[in-house]
Design a protein around this ligand. Structure first.
Ligand SMILES: N[C@@H](CCC(=O)N[C@@H](CS)C(=O)NCC(=O)O)C(=O)O
Length: 158
């Protein structure tokens, strides 16, 4: 396990998606392309919380991952003091905010419900637009649908 965050003993264990191709060290010690895992590492770093990180090979997922969460997804955060396991980056983000937000001179990163949210189809429509053939009717339709989603996300617009 690698370590990060503050200088005291680890307060959290974070299990994140490992790199699928590996390298000289295989999957161990390499972060994979998982925005949810990156998010949790960033939250711990931003709060300067001491943690250890475990890079999980999803092709050989340990049993405890699926036993504790039927969806079997990463990241997973373990609070070393209480032993509590948290799955899902939204839940982890809100848990850290409840525990550390705004206290001891640390700035609040806000809870999910207090942040502006995009329309639910914004990201899928953006991906559909990117994947459409340039100049095609499909691209024009995908662009219209993307614009509708943007209009439905006023808090994100300048
Ligand atoms: N809603 C979850 C999504 C997590 C997720 O989809 N993780 C993916 C990697 S980006 C995963 O663990 N995939 C492995 C699998 O499904 O076996 C969160 O926010 O943490």
């Amino acid at each position: 396990m690698a370590t990060g965050g503050g200088s005291q003993g680890p307060e959290f264990e974070v299990h994140v998606l490992g790199h699928p191709k590996g390298g000289p060290e295989g999957h161990e010690g390499q972060l994979g392309a998982c925005p949810f895992s990156h998010r949790v590492l960033l939250l711990l770093e931003e709060r300067e919380l001491p943690y250890t990180v475990d890079f999980v090979d999803v092709a050989r997922k340990p049993d405890w991952v699926t036993e504790t969460n039927p969806e079997g997804t990463l990241p997973i955060l373990r609070d070393c003091a209480s032993g509590q396991l948290l799955h899902d980056s939204d839940a982890i983000s809100d848990f850290l905010e409840d525990k550390y937000g705004g206290g001891d001179g640390k700035r609040s990163l806000r809870k999910l419900g207090d942040c502006p949210q995009p329309a639910p189809q914004l990201w899928p429509k953006f991906l559909a637009y990117l994947g459409a053939e340039a100049g095609s009717q499909e691209e024009a339709a995908a662009r219209r649908e993307l614009e509708e989603q943007l209009q439905a996300s006023p808090a994100l617009l300048p």
